[in-house]
Design a protein around this ligand. Structure first.
Ligand code: UD2
Ligand code: MN
Length: 593
């Protein structure tokens, strides 16, 4: 049977006519249907997402999960590659502008609308857990700057749709002085007319950055627990109860959900492995595998995990405890560093920080930040300096060893924060390293650190589906590298086919990558959908390197939403580009084994 996309809600911000034409795109039988690759940042792989209990429900089968559809036989959520199909110039503009302003595919985000189902990525044992009835209620604080309306409202609706009303005290949206006029107008209208009274919108008179922005949000909150979210998230089934439970037991516990991955190019929701937060001496956050000992308790994979640091965006904390512990450092600007600062502060001043595997929230991970700071400063360095001087004692030298140019840089007044540390009677940074993050390597002559025992998760190579030539039907030519196939950034062009030439051999694998001579992947630039494809290092996270073969012999580029086309089939130059899929001869390709 032919399954069509059924994922447009009435309030989708796309135009209804376009939706109509898009709705009729058949999916099954048109493209090779394979599980969407799970190779994302953090860089570990996992098998396909299985949702056995959904398989039982007849009415769910063939229904859409955003841009996933469920395979009725295997019960897997599969990826529908044509969600980003460009039909006209307007689509193209939405896509390209979206990448410029938000660094993700806004065309797909708009088409998904404000509600969608996401795959339940929790460990099966999480579904057997029960939680106390008398949990504290939460104020959800979402601070945003120039967010895409559809992404922001999907964040809000996912919370409204998947949180029991008695646990949701309010949602506080903090507009950090966004400049996008449409966003301002449409959002305040929407909040007024479409959302419950408990969703409030506050607006900063000037750009404060996410750190002071969250403090503003928290100051308006009246719920027992604060829950912070980024403005491009989708919460999963039963996300809040597992976060509130440990806080109810001990108010000095701060908790983070597992952050699932929403692809910036395809908006596909996929499962993250359970990892914990760490950092390096450059004061950058990083993910670490969980030491074996942490996973060997009776609760196994569902037990909360102690985490030395948090990623920053998604966490829950008792509101009064947030205030007692000194909120955030209000001298920190725009973006960066606040996550390590609050993590060190929690541990050193008598609290604890846990990751809760049974709570899952998806987040759009972008390849770049689409905004700067108002004065163009490097706020990460400024903020890191402040945290190093307040919290890291003699270990700040580790940072300066890597960033000597910052040693003399001014970082503003930190008196209040130093006093806070004294007042709260916080432990030393050495205590933190010894007890909370003993795996941290200390560089220098006397460096000696215990080797952590980590679970070894081998990276899986995507399976090869086909190996052969990319043959252009109209010209009888083959797609090859313009220069050497190992040259990064090189263009591809049509040349006479030579069946003995390895440099003409492509691999097509289960991740939908096209790899020339087993070296580089066929890739497109994210920002402009009209640029020709190039050969780039395979990044394994789909999107710009995903291609599917479909109707009318077309070769479709997933994140650009267009088809590979020969520019001028009669010329000898053999240039190719991507263009709106029209089924014409210049767009017809064969993969020849
Ligand atoms: C990560 C965190 C983010 C924050 C940051 C370090 C996650 C998933 N995300 O970066 O929450 O801790 O590390 O600072 O852990 N925003 C404003 N005003 C600004 C700039 C940003 O309100 O001036 C908003 C923005 O719209 C977004 C949030 O702050 O909702 C986080 O910004 P981001 O998504 O660009 O940060 P991200 O996820 O790269
Ligand atoms: Mn974010």
């Amino acid at each position: 049977p032919c399954v069509t996309l059924l994922c447009f809600s009435a309030d989708s911000s796309g135009k209804s006519e376009e939706n109509q034409s898009f709705k009729n795109v058949p999916i099954k039988g048109l493209e090779p249907q394979r599980p969407f690759p799970k190779k994302f940042y953090p860089r570990f792989t996992r098998g396909p997402v299985h949702i056995p209990e959904l398989q039982q429900k007849e009415n769910k089968i063939g229904n859409s999960f955003g841009n996933h559809i469920q395979d009725p036989v295997k019960g897997e959520i599969e990826f529908s590659p044509e969600m980003g199909m460009i039909f006209n110039e307007e689509d193209q503009e939405v896509r390209d502008l979206g990448y410029q302003k938000h660094a993700f595919n806004m065309l797909i985000s708009n088409r998904l609308g404000y509600h969608r189902e996401v795959p339940d990525t929790r460990d099966a044992k999480c579904r057997e857990k029960s939680y106390p009835a008398d949990l504290p209620s939460a104020s959800v604080v979402i601070c945003f700057y120039n967010e895409a309306l559809s992404a922001l409202l999907r964040t809000v609706h996912s919370v409204l749709d998947r949180t029991p009303a008695h646990l949701l005290h309010e949602i506080i949206l903090v507009d950090d002085n966004s400049e996008l006029a449409d966003l301002k107008k449409d959002l305040s209208e929407y909040v007024k007319t479409q959302l419950p009274k408990t969703t409030k919108l506050v607006r900063n008179e000037k750009r404060e950055g996410l750190i002071r922005g969250r403090m503003v949000g928290a100051s308006h909150a009246t719920g027992k627990v604060l829950v912070f979210l980024d403005s491009h998230c989708e919460v999963n089934e039963m996300w809040l109860q597992p976060l509130l439970t440990p806080i109810r037991e001990d108010r000095r516990t701060v908790v983070c959900p597992v952050i699932d991955i929403i692809s910036a190019d395809t908006l596909t929701y996929s499962s993250s492995p359970v990892v914990r937060g760490g950092f390096n001496w450059g004061l950058h956050f990083k993910w670490d595998l969980v030491p074996l000992a942490e996973l060997q308790g009776p609760e196994g994979a569902t037990a909360p995990i102690k985490s030395p640091t948090m990623a920053g965006g998604l966490f829950a904390m008792d509101r009064e405890y947030f205030n007692e512990l000194g909120q955030y450092d209000s001298g920190m600007d725009i973006w960066g560093g606040e996550n390590l600062e609050i993590s060190f502060r929690i541990w050193m001043c008598g609290g604890r920080l846990l990751i809760i595997p049974c709570s899952r929230v998806g987040h759009i991970f972008r390849k770049r930040r689409p905004y700067g700071s108002p004065g163009g400063q490097d706020t990460m360095a400024h903020n890191s300096l402040r945290l190093a001087h307040v919290w890291m004692d003699e270990y700040k030298e580790q940072y300066f060893a890597l960033r000597p140019e910052l040693r003399m840089r001014s970082y503003g007044n930190i008196t209040d924060r130093v006093e806070l540390r004294k007042r709260l009677n916080c432990k030393s940074f050495k205590w933190y390293l010894d007890n909370i993050y003993p795996e941290m390597q200390i560089s220098g002559p006397n460096a000696k650190a215990p080797q952590p025992v980590f679970i070894n998760r081998a990276q899986k190579r995507p399976k090869i589906i086909q190996r052969g030539r990319l043959y252009h039907l109209q010209t009888n030519k083959c797609l090859v590298a313009q220069g050497h196939p190992s040259q990064k950034g090189g263009l591809v062009v049509l040349r006479e086919c030579d069946y003995n030439d390895q440099n003409q051999v492509w691999i097509y694998n289960e991740d939908h990558e096209l790899i020339l001579n087993n070296l580089l992947c066929l890739d497109v630039l994210e920002t402009r959908s009209s640029d020709p494809p190039r050969l780039m290092k395979c990044h394994g996270s789909g999107g710009s390197q995903q291609w599917t073969f479909g109707k009318n012999n077309r070769l479709y580029q997933v994140s650009v939403g267009q088809c590979l086309k020969v520019v001028d089939p009669l010329s000898h130059k053999g240039y190719v580009t991507v263009a709106i899929c029209d089924g014409s001869l210049p767009q017809q390709w064969h993969f020849e084994s």
